[in-house]
Write a protein that binds this ligand. Sequence first.
Ligand code: FE2
Ligand code: FE2
Length: 308
Amino acid sequence: MPIEYSEREKPYELYRKGKREGTWDPDDYDFEQDREDWEQFSEQEQHRFLGSCAAFYDGEEDVTRTLAPYMMALDALENEEMPFDVVQEQMYLAQQVYEEAKHTDLFSRYFEQVFGTHDTEAYREGGYQEAGYSTDDLYDTADELLAAITSGERQQLVYALGEAYLNYMGIVEAQLARSGYLSFDQMIELKAEEMGRDVVLESFQEAIGKVRQDETRHIENGRWVLSKLVEAEPDIVADVYEPRIDEYVQNRVLTEPQQEMPFEGYDEKKIGKQTIQYLQDTIDYIGAEQFEEYSDVRATVSGKQAAD
Ligand SMILES: [Fe+2]
Ligand SMILES: [Fe+2]
């Protein structure tokens, strides 16, 4: 069935936007000045900054390697029975997987040329990796999608897709990555201030700006699909979305890892507040009135914190 150009849905519009915005090349950035700046970071500062970069490097590779089953699962659905055009969404994901590969490419080159290592494991201890919600989970999510495709059962397939989009776009991209950008902003700003400079790691910030722009489209597409899956299976909110969001809140919002913070003036609370707002935005996009426990994220999280 051909795609009708005149009947473009959200994923097609985002795909068109991505054709214009998503064509940047990591190889165009010169990292010479960044390498000089990097040498001005103390050992503790390097360790902390590398901790965040290692999570991103691993994360970008994980999202690149686990997206293909989403396209296969969409393809297994009967398009006429769905409240959106699954083919347009497949086109969108085809673009996304290319962009994720490019993000992996950027981190790979930056690790090589600026950090002088490809070791991520050494920098990830004490972080969230052990707290039960890392991008490693995306491999299990991909396996569950493949199992749902094999089952051939429509509800199982829609539920598996809902869980997959929630994990990938709803949490890894909308929550973990975006709070990571805020952390980069603060560390870089504080270091520039300390050095009496306007900016440090300028190429890093510019390239990450491009990654962020790509991710904004990924997140918007993900939220849109999550809302469409509710039209297909209204119980998905109570059966899939809310338990998964609660798991994220328990593991990543209520549990704070104790990490050394060598950048003086770093404001973790500010990032925490913004991160809660991101989750609220996702829930509002899907329709807050459909959520029982998480219609008001701030109130629910405060209640849980008080009960602890
Ligand atoms: Fe990415
Ligand atoms: Fe992404």
